[in-house]
Design a protein around this ligand. Sequence first.
Ligand SMILES: [Ca+2]
Ligand SMILES: [Ca+2]
Length: 95
Amino acid sequence: MRNAETRRLMFNQNFLTRGENYWIGMNDIVNEGTLVWIDGVAQNSSNSNFAPGEPNDIGYIGANADCVRLFSSAVALLMDDIECSRNVFALCEKN
Ligand SMILES: [Ca+2]
Ligand SMILES: [Ca+2]
């Protein structure tokens, strides 16, 4: 999910169901405001694609949004931080 081309292909092929959310292995559980991928790689503008105004540490029911979802908008796959307690699908990537 770090690769923009991969996300573009997935979007074009309607790989994700519109309206569903998918964990992608990025969070700021350890240090609020410092997002890292599950393997320790730091989040930056080239390995992520957040929706406008995100990440904002706000989820569906308020603050402490520490896990990042991927979802299909009308124009692209976008990221947003939401509560880690949400029960959503998960995307796994093989090397
Ligand atoms: Ca957070
Ligand atoms: Ca958010």
